[in-house]
Write a protein that binds this ligand. Sequence first.
Ligand SMILES: *Cc1c(COP(=O)(O)O)cnc(C)c1O
Length: 455
Amino acid sequence: MTSPSAPGSAEDLLAFDREHLWHPYTSMTDPAPVRAVVGASGARLWLSETGAPADAVNVVDGMSSWWSAIHGYRHPRLDQAVKDQVDRFSHVMFGGLTHSPAVTLGRALVELTPEGLDKVFLADSGSVAVEVALKMVLQYQRGAGQPERRRFLTVRGGYHGDTFHPMSVTDPDGGMHSMWRGLLPEHVFAPRPPRLAQRTGSEATDVDDASAGEIDTWAAAFRATAEGHAHELAGIIVEPLLQGAGGMWPYPPACLQVMREVADDLGLLLVFDEIATGFGRTGHLFVSEIVTPDVLCLGKALTGGYMTLAAVVTTDRVARGISASESGVLMHGPTFMGNPLACAVALESLRVLTRSDWTSTVARIGTRLQTGLAPLRDLPGVKDVRTIGAVGIVQLEQRVDVPAATDAAIAAGAWLRPFNDLIYTMPPYVCTDNEVDTIVAAIHAATRASVEATS
Ligand SMILES: *Cc1c(COP(=O)(O)O)cnc(C)c1O
């Protein structure tokens, strides 16, 4: 064979995929079915069950390709930014070299993130960003002459990525801790914060309010856990305001203040993993605007979903502390650090976002999701319905029957990817009201289908 062969037919495409390609969290020997994307534009995907474009159905993407495609697909300005950079150069090493896409993006991140966060490390994925953030904290503590501070405090229900150190601070139950016992570093887990109060417009009820009492109880437990390990803790890492893949769990901003105070009282650095929450999704450009962390991780929507890129932003104090550690440098440097294509499209995505009225957009989508999903609370088999920013979540009593739910959602016109007991959406910001309503209808259909299949 002189050159790689293209699939001969549409069926070949899916057949080869089934035999040879792993998908996220799937079995190679007993793979779950996949659909082929044969086109994408705006908030919409063309999905084909056979692989043939002629068989494709047009659906609204309710997932923004895992929080990332906030401006939708084939955005003219993002497309152009990539093309323009391809015509200059696609990649160069970042060791000993620099370039305008990285510098301009760095400047934008320094300007957009809260004051004080102004030292930027460009990483190549979210998990790597978390690795780098944890390494920064450890090196900082070494620089401060406290190498015995090597553990992290986090809360239950979190998710920070799939590589080993991020896995170790991910929820120990939902995550993979038991499988890796002895291999994963063992960190310290405090209880999960209480659920954020849900006020459904005028019919606000007290029923699901996280009361001040609940927050106080949690705060006391969080502080006690921290104090019990104070001598060995280096930092705190959490997803602020909304836990994502660990259970789609919004919690009160008051908890962030507690984390900040505990960190300051005990000499810990506070890391906010905003890989999912960043870029307006919760209604704040960054949750870090409410409470400023010492280290901020960004990813997912950073490039508008065009390619993989992440960033870790920290303070001058942390940077100095790292330099004071024995190596004198931050010990990290991936091959594709600061990839020019990714930086160029990230910069354009930030421009599109910040020059748009994204706060109204997120509020508009959020309100529609909240009103549209609220009636599901009364459906038997539904445990909870919650929303925050432009995120809508339905939690079932049982694990979702994913194939049944997916088929029903697609028949209703939207792509959803449920997990565990959750059917949820975070739509692209370019969704029209009609498209949001289609997603809501698809969540209703998926919920009914799953409840029916599992009861
Ligand atoms: C997705 C995610 C990660 C991991 O990012 P990858 O790019 O998938 O490695 C880390 N933290 C949070 C909060 C995430 O949502």
